[in-house]
Design a protein around this ligand. Structure first.
Ligand code: HEC
Length: 190
């Protein structure tokens, strides 16, 4: 054996008592920081067990889940606001409705001035397919008439905006006399 044999090399561990054929086992315990971490986790697990399982002070998964769902339900009911469907006759709302009428492409099917075209009906005359009160118009714009080609806008517009649009339609378009009006469709309203 050379000078570099195992006796010469420095080991942290001390040889243990047994030896066989010149082979020794060295006692190399894990470093203290690792052992402390281990002791701490054992300690924490005991505290955890007592807190959650013995004393029942903490909520277990299921109870926590149910609590969160309850809280979420509360939050939702706080955020969902139901609006009253009445005509908005203030200038700002009507102007907002007018802007939406162009922005949202109502003009594509109802004409630039609501006069109607090959696709959609005239919104300026007194003949209406689905009624000319604010609730009916709101409902048509919100839910559409998919089978007849009227787009539902509920996915794109909030109720507030749909109400602005409906107000614009009823207060500004209805009763206006644009050029090239489409022939009346539906029932005469006053
Ligand atoms: C893709 C074409 C299309 C678009 C876009 C469209 N409409 Fe319509 N709309 C129609 C058609 C078609 C009807 C007729 C439905 C029927 O025959 O029942 C209609 C019906 C209506 C009615 C009911 C008219 C009545 O006589 O009762 C209103 C109000 C209306 N649309 C408003 C709007 C508004 C506001 C927008 C934009 C936010 C819009 N529409 C966008 C095609 C469209």
């Amino acid at each position: 054996m050379s000078k570099n044999n195992t006796e010469e090399v420095k080991y942290d561990g001390k040889p243990m008592e047994h030896e066989f054929d010149g082979i020794k086992e060295l006692n190399n315990p894990p470093p203290p920081w690792l052992m402390y971490m281990f002791y701490i986790t054992v300690g924490i697990s005991i505290i955890y067990w007592i807190y959650y399982h013995v004393s029942g002070a903490g909520d277990l998964q299921e109870a926590e889940y149910l609590n969160e769902m309850k809280q979420a339900e509360k939050d939702i009911s706080k955020n969902v606001k139901t609006i009253e469907i009445v005509l908005l006759n203030d200038e700002a709302s009507i102007a907002a409705g007018e802007a939406l009428f162009t922005e949202k492409g109502c003009t594509a099917c109802h004409g630039k001035h609501g006069e109607g075209n090959a696709i959609g009906p005239n919104l300026t005359d007194n003949y209406w397919l689905h009624g000319a009160d604010v609730k009916s118009v709101f409902n048509v714009v919100k839910n559409g008439v998919p089978t007849k080609g009227m787009t539902p806008f509920k996915g794109q517009l909030s109720d507030d905006k749909i109400l602005q649009l409906s107000s614009f339609v009823l207060l500004k378009l209805k009763g206006s006399n644009p050029e090239n009006p489409k022939d009346p469709q539906g029932v005469l309203v006053n």
